[in-house]
Design a protein around this ligand. Structure first.
Ligand SMILES: [Zn+2]
Ligand SMILES: [Zn+2]
Length: 481
């Protein structure tokens, strides 16, 4: 048996060498031999293997089945891609605070929670900050929205001037605890920053919008546009105003529950999700307290009032029966990863993967799901701002203020004369006044080729994919006739 397998493997190896060696064409093997030679592997069928791999396999368009390299793959028209940009309530270099990025084949994208530090991973994942227009916040613990001020201010600076950011989030039991009040408070906190950044093109970027929904309206629709629907439901997270979300598009759904205790409501609203993501706390309170320095009573009390134990997460998954179950907002540590799996699998026998550490990427179509480690560089450069060039022009709005308006002349007069520090021949032409007096409107043909290419990349992909989706729809409609 072993010999046979070795022979087959050598055979496959040799077959692979033929084209490399450029040998002359020979008579092909019989169909039967080819089938025999390949029957151990995809795509010619494989035996049943693994407990975790039902419906889980890499798609042919992935550049590497093991790793995702930002900027190397386009989201396919019928695909959903989910990237874990922050995966823990305790922030540390390998795990920023929670954030889940969902990209759809129709070119839309959505951010679910935007915890502190997660922006670094968006940048590393080649997302331009002005591409982010919809942020859904599950609840107002700061590990779920701490990066919002940065995203808003620097996303506007980096070309986010055409469309305001919309923050979707629950109401509180009283108005002071709702998402709207949080955003008002953030505006106040950023008063200086907003005025200071108004020396740059701001346009509509500073007009942040809030879509606050009634936290009690279980199953209510938060968002519905372009074939995408997002609903919400209440979660038990010690205080009123915590929600879970389910996004549905193109016959597939993604659930992110946010934080909370396992609940009957989860079973109702997350039922049948393709990708079900919840949070998880392992039952190793005393051990973890020794490792992480948190007093055991504090850990126990926090979990038992706020969070989903590992066993409970598996219990929920088994009721919900997703195509893939993932957990995030959890410690990812060698000393407890096996424990995590053991607890989850006590109830859940289907496909399971950690939504941690940061950079885990999920590709999902109707037939297959695949999970990879994303290779996020430590020193990425920002992606160019992404613009919709449908009108054939680049629009740059006029800044609404200037240094003269927001700074006393005295401190500017104390600036050292640039001639004193620039070496001769190296002094640039300084740009200390905004160079034009009205909005700058640039036809695409006048834009340097590299800017046109880089700034319009997301727009071109969206248009390409939408055309394909429309054609598919037409074909399906004709088939029905
Ligand atoms: Zn949290
Ligand atoms: Zn929380």
């Amino acid at each position: 048996m072993k010999d046979l397998r070795t022979t087959v493997l050598i055979g496959i190896f040799l077959l692979g060498l033929i084209p490399l060696q450029g040998q002359e064409k020979q008579t092909p093997s019989s169909k039967e031999d080819i089938q025999n030679g390949f029957s151990g592997g995809v795509p010619m069928g494989r035996w049943k293997e693994g407990l975790l791999f039902e419906g889980i396999r890499p798609m042919p368009w992935l550049k590497s089945s093991a790793n995702w390299y930002p900027g190397t793959e386009e989201v396919q028209p019928n695909e959903i891609r989910v990237t874990f940009m922050g995966t823990s309530p305790s922030i540390r270099p390998g795990q920023m605070n929670t954030s889940i990025y969902v990209e759809l084949g129709n070119g839309d994208n959505f951010v679910f929670d935007i915890g502190e530090g997660s922006v670094a991973n968006y940048v590393a994942a080649n997302v331009a900050l002005n591409q982010i227009k919809h942020v859904f916040i599950t609840h107002l613990h700061v590990d779920h929205f701490g990066a919002l001020p940065y995203l808003w201010m620097f996303g506007t600076w980096a070309g986010g001037w055409h469309e305001p950011l919309t923050v979707h989030g629950p109401s509180g039991r009283t108005p002071e605890y709702g998402t709207k009040t949080m955003v008002e408070g953030m505006k106040m906190m950023l008063g200086w920053h907003r005025d200071a950044f108004s020396v740059f093109p701001v346009g509509k970027g500073h007009d942040i919008k809030v879509n606050e929904f009634d936290f009690r309206d279980n199953g209510g629709v938060v968002y519905e546009e372009n074939g995408v629907k997002v609903i919400h439901w209440q979660r038990s997270h010690a205080k009123d105003g915590a929600s879970g979300y389910k996004l549905t598009w193109n016959g597939m759904s993604v659930v992110w529950t946010g934080d909370g205790r396992p609940s009957e409501l989860d079973l109702i609203y997350a039922k049948g999700a393709d990708l079900y993501i919840t949070e998880l706390q392992q039952e190793v309170i005393e051990i973890s307290s020794g490792v992480q320095g948190v007093p055991p009573f504090l850990g126990r009390y926090t979990t038992d009032t706020h969070h989903t134990p590992g066993y409970a997460s598996g219990y929920l998954a088994n009721q919900i029966q997703p195509r893939l179950f993932m957990t995030t907002h959890m410690s990812f540590d060698p000393y407890l990863n096996e424990e995590t799996v053991a607890e989850v699998r006590y109830h859940w026998k289907g496909p399971y993967h950690f939504g941690a550490p940061d950079g885990i990427v999920v590709n999902m179509t109707k037939d297959a799901i695949w999970v990879r480690e994303g290779i996020l560089p430590d020193f990425p450069n920002n992606r160019s701002p992404q613009f919709n060039f449908d009108c054939g022009q680049l629009h740059v709005p006029l800044p609404t203020t200037s240094r003269e308006e927001i700074q006393e002349p005295f401190v500017r007069e104390q600036e050292i004369d640039p001639d004193l520090y620039y070496p001769e021949g190296y002094k640039p032409e300084l740009l200390q006044e905004w160079p034009v007096e009205s909005d700058l409107i640039v036809p695409l043909e006048d834009l340097p080729e590299t800017m046109k290419k880089n700034m319009g990349a997301a727009w071109r992909l969206k248009n390409k994919n939408q055309k394909i989706l429309e054609e598919q729809k037409k074909e399906e409609e004709e088939k029905e006739k």
